[in-house]
Design a protein around this ligand. Structure first.
Ligand code: NCD
Length: 356
């Protein structure tokens, strides 16, 4: 058994997500009742990568619970700039605080942090890999508008390759009885292979298309995303991909009256400004919901429940993960762990999920 963390969007079951949504709804409706819920607690926010919304919403969540916040929002202002390892930073910080929120540009960093933390760790985004609290926020917004993701046709549009919010959301949608997932992207920015394999494995109906206009009438939820400029090797490659999918009022004329338009934000040019006034555009409410959901999550994790450890093993001869963006190739002391049962065929890197 181990301390409970939120590293991967699948760390909470569908039933537990429902409970978190109910708790977030309670908090939303009775905000002041929670103002002392974490009075003696301290949250550490370690942001190695820029963030506005996520960092502010975690900090506000803790302040609204009556707790306190420490941390940094720029690794160059911490001991990291002196060469301190992630492991040492986390060991120190978890001795100071009750819960740690980490955002890091390298895939698998949050899992690595959880190996050395004495207190719960929340993944607030690890490179292009995962962003599970955004997924909880997305699901909470879907619960509030639609009751459940079951039976819905969900379209995901934009940078499906590098968008970590997309990866986390798909992973969880696979656990519901969604009617269909429609993946709208250029061929270059389609979802990673390991995720496609998961969709197939779960027997979920899915379609890949480059034509947003054609599929828009079928959608119950449209999840727009920004092209992740910072993950491209060159500005030219980014420019080839930007501006391809733009949601306009005109395109929405053919959409369902009760379409739910979501976006993790920040948006750049993928949604016209006049769409913001459409009652179907829920992304600003979604951002606010993120704060209530993070309050619910912090309350839950601070109960310090123990959970079963993920099955992991070390294989003789396994030297390094083939993904250069994996934390295990950056922080060399990390144990080379494979996720899954040792007898299983489909071992994956425990940090970044790359299929081995
Ligand atoms: C997202 C992220 O950081 O991955 N933003 C957020 O946390 N709400 C989406 C993005 O940056 O495009």
């Amino acid at each position: 058994m181990r301390t409970r963390h939120l590293i991967d969007s699948r760390d909470y079951s569908v039933e537990e997500i429902k409970e978190l949504c109910l708790s977030a709804e309670q908090i939303k409706d009775n905000l002041d009742d929670y103002c002392d819920a974490c009075r003696t607690k301290i949250m550490a926010t370690l942001f190695y990568e820029p963030s506005t919304r996520t960092q502010l919403s975690f900090q506000t969540a803790m302040l609204r619970l009556g707790g306190k916040v420490i941390g940094f929002s720029d690794a160059s202002s911490s001991s990291v700039s002196k060469g301190e390892s992630l492991r040492d930073t986390v060991k120190i910080v978890s001795g100071y605080s009750d819960i740690t929120v980490i955002r890091h540009p390298v895939e698998g960093a949050a899992y690595a942090a959880s190996l050395y933390s004495r207190t719960p760790v929340i993944n607030a985004g690890d490179g292009g890999h995962q962003h599970p609290t955004q997924t909880l926020t997305d699901l909470f917004t879907i619960y509030l508008s639609k009751g459940t993701p079951d039976g819905l046709t969900v379209g995901l549009c934009g940078d499906l390759l590098n968008g970590r919010t997309v990866h986390s959301l798909i992973n969880v949608l696979l656990r519901y009885s969604v009617k269909e997932i429609i993946l709208i992207s250029t061929a270059e920015l389609s979802i990673p292979e390991y995720l496609k394999a998961q969709i197939v494995l779960n027997g979920i109906k899915y379609t890949e298309t480059q034509d947003l206009e054609e599929v828009i009438p079928y959608l119950d939820v449209l999840y727009m995303t920004r092209i992740q400029k910072e993950r491209f090797r060159s500005i030219e490659q980014y420019e080839q991909q930007s501006g391809v999918f733009v949601l306009t009022k005109k395109k929405l004329e053919r959409a369902k009256k009760d379409l739910l338009i979501l976006h993790p934000l920040p948006k750049v040019d993928e949604i016209d400004y006049d769409v913001d006034d459409d009652p179907r555009a829920m992304y600003f409410e979604q951002a606010e919901n993120g704060m209530y959901m993070r309050m619910a999550l912090v309350l839950d994790l601070l109960k310090n429940k123990k959970v079963r450890s993920h099955p992991v093993y070390e294989a003789a001869g396994y030297r390094y993960c083939p993904n250069p963006r994996c934390i295990s190739n950056h922080e060399k002391y990390l144990p080379k762990l494979i996720g899954g049962e040792s007898s299983g065929e489909n071992g994956h890197c425990i940090y970044c999920d790359t299929v081995l």
